[in-house]
Design a protein around this ligand. Structure first.
Ligand code: NDP
Length: 511
């Protein structure tokens, strides 16, 4: 080990001189594994190796790629328990939640393999009145080499949902995982190497801190997909702007849930507590603020407080939420709880005492000021801020006034869809929580500070291809030949003809 590594945690570590990552087993806090850190040279080598195979990967065609994606899926499934154990160790989430990441990844690979050809195949488009002598079509070409910078909270599912789209669209991918979870990325890449031995460099991982992410971008990507904080998202977008490299940004959220007066409160309470606390609240789409209509407020608070108080925290086999793997996160959670309490909120469950060094227990904050940190900034912890509102309209206004716009939820027996459609967010689940993230056919992404671009679904596949438009001349031009020598008066006649047709459509007559 080099003495240049100041700490085995990630906080404050950035720089090309950090040469080793030491991960910890989150259950015990003991050293888990060591990984060399990739610097500029390794980043350039990885991108160059990816570029050298990207043509061969594209040349396989949609069917050829689908065949290999399915082989990869078999390898992921076959070593699924190993992958889940790595997620459990490096991230700390319960083993069953880790298995959910593996299962979700299998579904994403299947969707991409089954649908890429349909979504991205060559598409004929109609000719226009001015170009009736032309056939036109669109082909969707891969960018080339896509860099994927991933987070620690869903170390497998989040980057996998992105990179399967990129691969299926015909790109080669270099993944830079979070320094907290490099083993998960390496496991995914090993499964690829077993499945596609003839083209191993189509999917590679590059371990390191933020500086390795910077080096990956500097190495000359054709597209970057980033998942993480708003601050880092802005940094990488600015870096990509220097080379006009297109970016997909999947950033944080402050997801609101509306509980209307006609909600089924038992259902709502069960889903909201899970949506807020699962994965220790470490989800960009975790529910963070509940806007509850006053007629059902007190009963709803009683129900969620009872359920949240029963959530089992720890690393034992029966734990439902695990530790906080990012040490700086606990101070953010503490600050948000403290700020809410100082502005008049009450903790019906948890509170400041819930925040330990490595574990944070569920906290329900009631009577939270709408401008408190817990109501406006991403907490990324097992906390829920509750705000009483007069009606669903006030709740919609609160959510739409926020700077984020990722996910949301609405609970209402009769008006769920009507309320949901007024929210300016990327995704909404009605009478349930977070389920839009579980269907690979559903586009996933946000607006505002939650970023731009989409993974998953048809939009996700198109995100990693650019449109190449073609026209081919099929006969002589009628009046608008794209050569000089146009007949005198042809355009005046065409304009007069267009006017007559437009007036005839609207039933008017020309003067
Ligand atoms: P970051 O945004 O710092 O990290 C996300 C990824 O970007 C990691 O792989 C990180 O590497 C990498 N990275 C960091 N700096 C750079 C850089 N300058 N250039 C390129 N890549 C870089 O998130 P954190 O892990 O620090 O989490 C902080 C906050 O972000 C959380 O509190 C939460 O609010 C939010 N977050 C949101 C997520 C989401 O799903 N939308 C996921 C994770 C965090 P490394 O970690 O190795 O340093």
């Amino acid at each position: 080990m080099t003495d240049k590594i100041p700490t085995i945690t990630r906080d404050g570590v950035i720089g090309y001189d950090a040469t080793e990552i030491v991960t910890i087993d989150q259950a015990t806090g003991a050293e888990f594994a060591r990984y060399p850190v990739a610097g500029k040279d390794e980043a350039f080598a990885a991108v160059s190796a990816a570029r050298s195979v990207s043509g061969a990967w594209w040349d396989l065609g949609f069917e050829g790629r689908a065949e290999r994606l399915r082989a990869w899926r078999r390898q992921i499934a076959a070593s699924g328990e190993e992958g889940a154990a790595l997620i459990h160790a490096e991230n700390g989430k319960p083993l069953d939640d880790a298995r959910v990441e593996v299962l979700g990844t299998l579904e994403h690979v299947q969707y991409a393999a089954d649908n890429a050809a349909r979504v991205l195949e060559r598409r004929e488009v109609p000719g226009s009145p001015t170009t009736p002598n032309q056939r036109a079509w669109v082909e969707y070409q891969p960018y080339g080499v896509v860099g994927v910078i991933g987070p620690w909270n869903f170390p497998l599912l989040t980057p996998a949902a992105i990179l399967v789209d990129a691969l299926a669209a015909g790109n080669a991918v270099v993944l830079k995982p979070s320094q907290i979870t490099p083993g998960v990325a390496e496991w995914l890449v090993r499964a690829w190497q077993r499945a596609v031995p003839e083209l191993p460099a189509v999917l590679q991982s590059l371990n390191g801190y933020g500086a390795t992410g910077q080096a990956l971008i500097e190495a000359g990507l054709d597209k970057l997909a980033f998942t993480g904080s708003v601050a880092t998202g802005k940094t990488v977008a600015a870096q990509c702007a220097q080379t006009l490299t297109p970016v997909l940004l999947e950033l944080g959220g402050k997801d609101g849930v509306i509980v209307a007066e006609d909600a089924d409160l038992d259902e709502a309470a069960a889903h909201v507590v899970w949506g807020a606390m699962q994965n220790t609240g470490h989800g960009c789409i975790s529910l963070e603020v509940a806007y509850v209509v006053e007629s059902v407020h007190d009963e709803f608070v009683r129900k969620i407080s009872e359920l949240a108080g029963q959530v089992r925290v720890g690393s034992d086999e029966d734990a439902e939420i695990g530790p906080v793997p990012l040490p700086s996160q606990t101070s953010i959670i503490r600050e948000h709880i403290q700020d809410a309490l100082e502005r008049g909120a009450t903790a019906t469950v948890g509170g400041l005492d819930a925040v330990g060094e490595r574990y944070v227990a569920p906290t329900i904050l009631v009577g939270v000021a709408p401008d408190a940190l817990a109501a406006t900034e991403e907490t990324f912890g097992p906390t829920l801020a509750v705000i009483k509102v007069a009606d669903a309209d006030e709740a919609v206004a609160h959510i739409n006034a926020g700077r984020y716009g990722l996910g949301s939820a609405v609970f209402s027996r009769d008006r769920g869809e009507a309320i949901a459609r007024r929210l300016r967010v990327g995704m909404t689940s009605i009478n349930d929580a977070l389920v839009f993230s579980m269907n690979p056919a559903v586009p996933f992404g946000g607006r505002g500070d939650s970023g731009y671009g989409r993974k998953q679904g048809e939009e996700g596949l198109r995100e990693f291809a650019y449109a190449h438009s073609f026209t081919a001349k099929t006969g002589p031009a009628r009046f608008s030949a794209s050569t000089f020598g146009r007949p005198q008066g042809a355009m005046a006649g065409a304009l007069a003809g267009a006017l007559n047709r437009i007036l005839a459509e609207s039933g008017e007559k020309s003067d």
